[in-house]
Each structure stands twice: as structure tokens, then as C-alpha cells.
Design a protein around this ligand. Sequence first.
Ligand code: SF4
Length: 191
Amino acid sequence: MSVCSLPEDAEDLLLHVCCGPCAIWPLESLTASRPNLRLLLWFYNPNVQPLGEFQRRRDSLAYLVAKLGGYNASLGVDFSPPYDPQTFLALAAQTPIAPERCFNCYSLRLKAAARAAKEKGVKYFSTTLLFSRQQNQELIIKAGREAELPGVTFYEEDFRLGWKKGRAAAKDLGLYAQKYCGCVYGAVETG
Ligand code: SF4
């Protein structure tokens, strides 16, 4: 099912991860099509409120990585990016209405991901946001392309093609499933 279009000689990729459930299928797809690819899972989500919700999503990724131990020797995970909701809230206050707010939310995270990739010498970056049917894929891709830096390229794949398998695997693993997108605005809109 994978439609991986990463160049054959791609050696590494920084994958921005929003939560554990959304990471399962992208990991499956990327490692199946490029078994030697070095993957760094990178967790930066200042858009998530409140702190307890952020912690649950972070813990779901940590649990998933622990479960996958040995699955891919080239798999790393980085939880060091700070939780700085003030950065997101200041941005959202300027454009509180979707979809502009969501575009800026994607952009904030993907620009940070591109900078992290650059610092680490990683040539490609992508995001598990591309797995979710609830997200605006067109805007995610636009934000990803705009975030590119010299020598750091955004990789886009329609991870939604693995939606059913990814969701079923997350359920089997008992991963925490969030009820809203992440921010307080989204929580209100979800009702
Ligand atoms: S609804 Fe989701 S994508 Fe949109 S701003 Fe809030 S957290 Fe970000």
C-alpha cells in the first residue's frame, strides 16, 4: 500500500510525530519501502492543551517506541523539544479562525522540524500529521514545503492510505486515543 517516493539513496529522515497512534502507519510504510532508512522520531507539539493531554500523547509515543524495540535498529526518538504552549497561543491569537489557524499551527511545528533536521544533518523531514483524516493534508503539505531549508527537503506521502491498519494496530496496542485535535480552539469546535 505504500506509495513511498523518497529517493532510493535517501539515508535519513526526521519524522515529526504528533502522537503514538498516528506514528504507527508512517513508520510501517517508511521502513517497509526503505529498510535502511535512519528514522528520528521528533516530538514537538506546543499546540496541545492542557499539559495533561500533551503528556498523554507524548507517553503514547514512548510506549509505542518501547513496543517497537528491536523493530528497527535505526529508529531513534527525541523528546527534547520543549513544551511551549505560549508560542502556539500567541500565534493562534493573531489568526484564531480555522483554517488559517491550523495552517500556522502546522507551519510552527514543521519549521521547527526543518531547523532540527538541519542542525542534525538530516536531509529529509516529514510528519505523522499526514496520517490523520481529520487534518487538512493540503495545508500540511503547503506548510511543509514552505518550511524547507537549503539541503533539507520535506517528504510528502499520503499516509492516510494506511488509516484502517494504523487505527487497528493502535487499538490492539491500547494506545491513548485523543478526543480532539490538540488546541483549546479545536476542543471547542469538536464540541
Ligand atoms: S485545531 Fe488542531 S491543527 Fe488546528 S490549530 Fe488547533 S491543534 Fe492546530
